[in-house]
Design a protein around this ligand. Structure first.
Ligand SMILES: O=C(O)[C@H](O)CO
Length: 319
């Protein structure tokens, strides 16, 4: 019996995971992130292992042809995948939720502390010989006693709250479509976005990017934010209207921002975001620890093998 063929669009899959896949499948490894290159290799595959930010669009899915039964993305987010076409064609689809919650939530805490305590500004001042006198010009915002708002209270949002609870937060607020049972032990309260915005001292964005959330954090939003608020985004850049955020930061409509995600990525090196003292940036490294990336690759591979074998995948997305 011939082995199923899978296209692996990635340069980041560990050797051990490639070995596991090789034992059961014929691998077509794509090392260039170019769509044309992918199009030239994808025809006839049974599975697609997607670990690139390139959009997996209708053209690629169509070009793969009727053999294709299983698509697995090595990411929690799947805004870069044309799930509508997958659904239409009855192609099975899985992502990697859960295994990255801790690493991403750690990054959120890192950014919240760094932004609220003006890490970037202080460092830049030191480099330019501007230590200044005393602490009075460097005052930050406390997490202890603060109200923390979490937009999107899924696995990552909850992991952020769990990490921050020992910092003596006074109240957690969250937004979402329904009350989460996990919220109870954290005494987190479901509110609408406007209430969260009005009340929160720290605002974390940890929801998926989709039609509902795209551009949701915009000029109107910043018009109602506390001037002392700290915004952290570890989700997707496009949830925020970046030019509105830049204005809000410049005009003191909010205190600071910590961003792991932005628009576009990579961020152009002349972006205004890089020039603002009250912004802390990391280059989309939320899940980037050795252990987490390995676990994501392993989960993707197991989903793939199960999908191809006609078994239930571990973390399927119900389209
Ligand atoms: O969605 C995810 O898993 C992260 O953004 C890394 O790709």
């Amino acid at each position: 019996e011939e082995k199923p063929k899978i296209l692996i669009a990635s340069t980041v899959v560990p050797e051990s995971v490639l070995e596991l896949l090789k034992s059961k499948c014929a691998l077509i490894l794509i090392k260039k992130e170019s769509k044309n290159h992918i199009l030239s290799k994808v025809q006839g595959v049974h599975g697609i292992f997607w670990a690139t930010k390139t959009h997996l669009d209708k053209e690629i899915i169509d070009t793969a042809g009727p053999n294709l039964t299983t698509v697995c993305t090595m990411s929690a987010g799947y805004d870069h995948i044309d799930t509508k076409t997958l659904k239409l064609k009855g192609i099975k689809f899985a992502n990697t939720p859960g295994v990255l919650n801790a690493a991403v939530a750690d990054t959120a805490v890192l950014l919240a502390l760094a932004a609220s305590r003006r890490l970037h500004e202080g460092r830049v001042d030191m480099e330019s010989g501007n230590w200044k006198n005393g602490l009075q010009t460097r005052l930050g915002i406390d997490i202890s006693g603060s109200i923390v708002g979490i937009i999107g209270f899924g696995g990552i949002g909850q992991a952020i709250a769990k990490r921050l609870a020992p910092f003596e937060v006074s109240q957690f607020l969250y937004t979402g479509h329904s009350e989460k049972p996990e919220a109870k032990s954290l005494k987190a309260k479901l509110v609408d976005l406007e209430t969260l915005n009005k009340e929160a001292d720290f605002i974390f964005i940890s929801c998926p990017l989709n039609n509902e959330t795209k551009g949701m954090i915009n000029k109107d939003f910043f018009g109602k934010t506390k001037k002392t608020a700290v915004l952290v985004n570890i989700a997707r850049g496009e949830i925020v209207v970046q030019k509105d955020l830049i204005k809000a930061l410049k005009r003191g409509k909010i205190f600071a921002a910590g961003l792991d995600v932005m628009t576009p990525e990579p961020l152009p090196s002349d972006s205004e975001l890089l020039k603002l003292p009250n912004v802390v940036l990391t280059p989309h490294i939320g899940s980037a620890t050795k252990k987490t990336r390995e676990q994501m690759a392993e989960l993707t591979a197991h989903n793939m093998l199960r999908g191809l074998g006609g078994e239930n995948m571990i973390t399927p997305v119900n389209l």
